[in-house]
Design a protein around this ligand. Structure first.
Ligand code: AMP
Ligand code: MG
Length: 328
């Protein structure tokens, strides 16, 4: 079966097409670049303006027509309400017009499943790090249970806000990664781990102050910001790994692109004899992950009527019944 997946929770409108065996046939991404922080209505307008073109480009690059598509899936939540509603409306229109079954899927579970499937992992401890979300999870009894998470903002959000205060372009994560490579001196920043939970707002304020009034170079502050916040992520992951006796670790979500974070987790896994995986090229928001999850759900017999596709802004990762067999 061919599945067309549409992502649109925040900044990226993604249209992915996958065929049997999760073969990627198309991966089109159109990204909204905000002047300051993401403005929900502007982002939604961007998604509406680009929807038709992105879907057409994906179909033509895959070399398929609507008659070949067996399922349309879309990101039902969590995310920004206006973006979710715009993309859901587009997905419903495609489904109704072309008479293709429709499934709304959980964005966070999609980040996890694309990683699990593409990295060939069976039962990983998951560190999911993106703009709005920071969670440590593992599948237990048909749910991705959350063992730890941020108590305030997501780590990506913290990096982006630091970038906004220091004049870096959005999203700041990749720019901070590049600057951090030039940093030499470690500046002490607040380290906030509470069991397996984390907090990032204090470190954000302290890092901004270190740069604006502390006389430290941007390179040194970026280096210290990464070392501190990524050590926090590695610590909570290691604690969960030890408790849960996990044999595999999956890093996913946009911050998972960061090679320093990948290196820290690789080292942590090596010490514990665990396998490490990161879905390179698919950590950031994309339509392929929405298609992969849609196909898994459809294969497990999940069906939705139009009335079931209402968007869910606060759709929790652990609210999803994992009815497919991740070990199949
Ligand atoms: P997502 O919504 O999953 O696409 O994740 C977006 C977040 O990932 C944003 O906060 C970005 O700043 C962050 N991000 C992307 N690339 C990197 C990177 N190389 N290092 C750190 N953060 C990154
Ligand atoms: Mg995301």
């Amino acid at each position: 079966m061919i599945t067309l997946g549409i992502e649109g929770t925040a900044h990226t409108l993604g249209v992915g097409i996958v065929g049997p065996g999760n073969k990627v046939l198309a991966d089109v991404r159109r990204t909204y670049v905000p002047k300051a922080g993401i403005h929900p209505r502007e982002a939604a307008q961007f998604m509406g303006d680009n929807f038709g073109e992105a879907v057409s480009s994906a179909l033509s690059s895959a070399g398929v027509a609507f008659k070949d598509v067996g399922l349309v899936s879309f990101s039902q939540g969590p995310g920004l309400g206006p973006c979710l509603r715009t993309v859901a409306t587009g997905a419903r229109a495609l489904s109704l017009h072309h008479r293709i079954p429709l499934l709304g899927v959980n964005h966070c579970v999609a980040h996890i499943e694309v990683g699990r499937v593409f990295c060939g992992l069976r039962d990983p401890l998951v560190l999911y790090v993106s703009g709005g979300n920071t969670q440590v999870l593992m599948l237990r009894g048909r749910r991705y249970r959350i063992f730890g998470e941020t108590l305030d903002i997501g780590v990506g959000n913290m990096l982006d806000k630091f970038g906004r205060e220091t004049g870096l372009v959005h999203p700041a994560g990749p720019k901070i990664e590049a600057l951090a490579r030039e940093g030499k001196n470690y500046v002490e920043l607040p380290y906030a781990v509470k069991g397996t939970d984390l907090s990032f707002s204090g470190i954000l304020t302290a890092a901004v102050n270190c740069f604006s009034s502390g006389g430290h170079s941007l390179e040194d502050v970026c280096f210290s910001l990464q070392e501190t916040s990524f050590s926090m992520l590695a610590e909570v992951s290691e604690r969960a790994l030890a408790h849960l006796k996990a044999k595999e670790v999956l890093l996913t979500g946009g911050v998972g692109n960061n090679s320093r974070l990948q290196d820290m987790l690789t080292e942590m896994c090596r010490e514990h004899g665990a396998r490490f995986g990161v879905p390179k090229g698919y950590c950031s928001d994309n339509g392929v992950m929405i298609a992969v999850l849609g196909a898994l759900m459809h294969g497990a017999g999940v069906r939705q009527g139009i009335e079931d596709t209402i968007v869910r802004q606060k759709f929790r990762t652990d609210a999803v019944d994992i009815s497919w067999d991740p070990w199949a």
